[in-house]
Design a binder for this molecule. Structure first.
Ligand SMILES: NC(=O)c1ccc[n+]([C@@H]2O[C@H](COP(=O)([O-])OP(=O)(O)OC[C@H]3O[C@@H](n4cnc5c(N)ncnc54)[C@H](OP(=O)(O)O)[C@@H]3O)[C@@H](O)[C@H]2O)c1
Length: 273
């Protein structure tokens, strides 16, 4: 009877995690979202998800410590005090650095500072508080897996080898979170908790919606890199495909196999695309 917590379950990859985990009636899925009523409405109007009795929706902005604390208490009420999986998927994917290299971001210093701070608050600090607040429940659970959704753009070898310039601030926040994952692993592996940072690969969730012709031209070199890096690559995967692959990786990974604190992709290795 696994209990699964998914953050950022309102849309995109998180919503697909919600759809897939809740498709198994044995799972109880807690969706942590910023706007509870909007997500409840979305689920109630979703022909596949509506009426699933194993879905609970809780509200917290991941930057709001007190709201997270309340969510941990509410989760304990639902589960009886334990939790098996955390899928820490909520994240800021800023538009500001999506198309421009870091040297050009410097032309807008105020926006650079603001976006970088937001990325750290959401993608790093929020998750640190989330893990600390929910760890007592995980320690009382059976499966004990805490998964962060990261990005291969945080792999410095990839950036250096392929000259991948976009997403500098975003990638730095994900790299910081990868280190946080390793530090949590260092402390809690003795308690049997597996921490993982898993990259979904490029996934189509609308991040390029509304992009101008100039934006698309700016991101074209990254797409060319993906094609050279991964011959056969054509376009981002559908969330359904990526989430299924990530779930397989999550199931297959274990402390016994040496996966504690690993930074890996939906392929289970460091092939990012
Ligand atoms: N899509 C890709 O190609 C890709 C590639 C690599 C990694 N990732 C990672 O995958 C994860 C999901 O991304 P996505 O592509 O599905 O993005 P998305 O469609 O933009 O979804 C982001 C999710 O995070 C939530 N969120 C953002 N800020 C939050 C906050 N302060 N508090 C609570 N929730 C917050 C959003 O909630 P609201 O609906 O309330 O805004 C939304 O549910 C992210 O960690 C992202 O970095 C994505």
């Amino acid at each position: 009877m696994p209990f699964v917590l998914i953050t950022g379950a309102s849309r995109g990859i998180g919503y697909e995690f919600l759809r897939q985990y809740s498709s198994d009636a044995k799972n109880t899925v807690i969706a942590l979202v910023r706007n509870k009523s909007a997500t409840e409405k979305k689920v109630s109007e979703d022909a596949v998800l509506q009426g699933r009795p194993n879905i609970y929706i809780l509200q917290a902005d991941i930057t709001d410590y007190n709201a997270l604390k309340q969510a941990a208490a509410d989760t304990a009420e639902i589960t009886g005090g334990s939790l098996d999986y955390i899928i820490a998927n909520a994240g800021l994917v800023p538009k500001f650095d999506l198309f421009l290299p870091i040297g050009e971001l410097g032309n807008q210093p105020g926006e650079l500072t603001k976006t970088f701070r937001e990325a750290f608050e959401i993608n790093v600090i929020g998750n640190v508080h989330l893990f600390n607040l929910f760890l007592p429940l995980i320690l009382a659970g059976h499966v004990k897996k805490i998964v962060t959704i990261t990005s291969g753009l945080a792999d410095n070898s990839f950036t250096n080898q392929w000259g991948a310039t976009p997403g500098a601030l975003y990638a730095a926040s994900k790299a910081a979170m990868n280190t946080v994952v390793a530090k949590f692993n260092a402390q809690f592996k003795k308690d049997g908790v597996l921490f993982l940072a898993v990259c979904p690969g490029p996934v189509e969730v609308g991040h390029y919606d509304g992009a101008t012709a100039d934006d698309l031209a700016a991101v074209e070199p990254l797409l060319s890199i993906f094609k050279e890096y991964s011959p056969g690559y054509e376009r981002p995967k559908a969330p359904e495909v990526s989430v299924r692959m990530m779930r397989d990786v999550i199931e297959a990974s274990s402390l016994e196999k040496g996966d504690g604190g690993a930074f890996i992709s939906h392929y289970g290795n460091q092939q990012w695309v």
